[in-house]
Design a binder for this molecule. Structure first.
Ligand code: ASP
Length: 343
């Protein structure tokens, strides 16, 4: 019998409606389990580890990422796969973070949650959770995990976690992976796309990275942005990394002051990565004259990476290997971005 460890952090999926007030409150795991007897009725053995108390994902950050990653690391040999229950709001950040923390992963770690609480009749909780468990336990004829990556399963798609973004606060299909196709689609059968899956070398041991440096910021450009604002942000004491959200294919206003502010920050050792504000497509610095200054200032390309993946990758690299952070931010390390060949 395949074994899956279910790690519950909280989120809407674990909530029930309070009979007295009508408000949504986190249930304890016993109540949660009572809503889903199917969890223990199939041919996959499921054990549960839960945060106490369960939390909303707005309260999740590096400390919780560490807890989840350590649970996976410590129980790695005892299970065939892992499912993480998590609120949808920051799931893409957490799942991206885990993809960078767990190096040489050879087993599935599937994040899921739901838009409606488990205790609501029309809830998407049951389908999401049961399919995530099936995916976490799935093996090919040779006994190898079919998708040994950190992923997000939601509605009917399985995505590489570090390619996802929460796109909808209302619909059941809450997530999308704009720049990389789904790794599987669930209908009557689950159809996997093994050619899209990233496989780690099975001979290398799982390595856990847990140190984050959170001295980072997102600077979103907009028409009319003022020098004093940019100046203040880039001069923030202790600042080490900036996600620069640019226009289109990675473009920025051509004002001289912007060039000077960015160049001076880079010279002070701040790593600045260019990330387009568009969901789909890639940064292509040098395509338009308005991105040449960014190149000259020492800003590096984030290609088609998501903000969620870029921020978590940046924090982890700055914490774990600051001397290599800049080099690795320009490279694909877990399938999180497509680096253009001519760059
Ligand atoms: N606020 C909830 C959370 O992210 C929303 C959800 O789970 O869908 O924890």
């Amino acid at each position: 019998m395949n074994k899956v460890l279910l790690i519950s952090t909280g989120g809407t999926i674990t909530m029930v409606r309070d009979r007295k007030t009508g408000a949504l409150i986190p249930a304890d795991m016993e109540t949660f389990k009572a809503y889903l007897p199917e969890l223990f009725a199939g041919d996959i053995a499921v054990d549960i580890e839960a945060f106490y108390p369960l939390i909303d994902s707005s309260d999740i950050g590096p400390e919780s990422w560490r807890r989840v990653a350590e649970m996976v690391y410590e129980k790695y040999d005892a299970y065939d796969g892992f499912v993480v229950l998590h609120g949808t709001d920051t799931m893409s950040y957490s799942a991206s973070a885990l993809s960078f923390m767990l190096e040489n992963l050879n087993k599935p770690v599937v994040f899921t949650g739901s838009q409606l609480p488990v205790g609501v009749l029309r809830s998407d909780a049951k389908e999401n959770l049961l399919t995530a468990i099936e995916i976490a336990a799935a093996k090919d004829e040779d006994g190898n995990a079919i998708v040994p990556e950190v992923t997000i399963y939601f509605e009917d798609r399985l995505f590489r976690a570090n390619r996802t973004t929460k796109r909808n606060a209302e619909h059941f299909s809450a997530f999308n992976s704009y720049n990389y196709p789904a790794l599987a689609k669930a209908g009557v059968h689950i159809t996997y796309q093994p050619h899209l899956v990233r496989y780690s070398d099975p001979h290398l041991p799982l390595t856990l990275h847990t140190k984050f440096d959170t001295n980072v910021a997102v600077l979103k450009l907009f028409p009319g942005i003022q020098q004093n604002i940019v100046h203040a942000l880039l001069r923030t004491h202790g600042l080490k990394g900036v996600v620069l959200e640019t226009f289109g294919a990675g473009n920025a206003p051509s004002d001289r002051w912007l060039y000077r502010e960015l160049k001076s920050a880079v010279e002070r050792g701040v790593i600045i990565v260019n990330k387009t504000q568009c969901n789909t497509g890639s940064v292509e610095m040098g395509l338009y004259a308005v991105s040449l200054n960014l190149m000259k200032a020492g800003v590096i390309s984030g290609y088609d990476i998501t903000t969620e993946a870029l921020l978590t990758k940046m924090m982890l690299l700055l914490g774990e290997m600051p001397e290599r952070a800049k080099e690795l931010l320009g490279k694909d390390i877990r399938g999180e971005m497509t680096v253009a060949v001519d760059n």
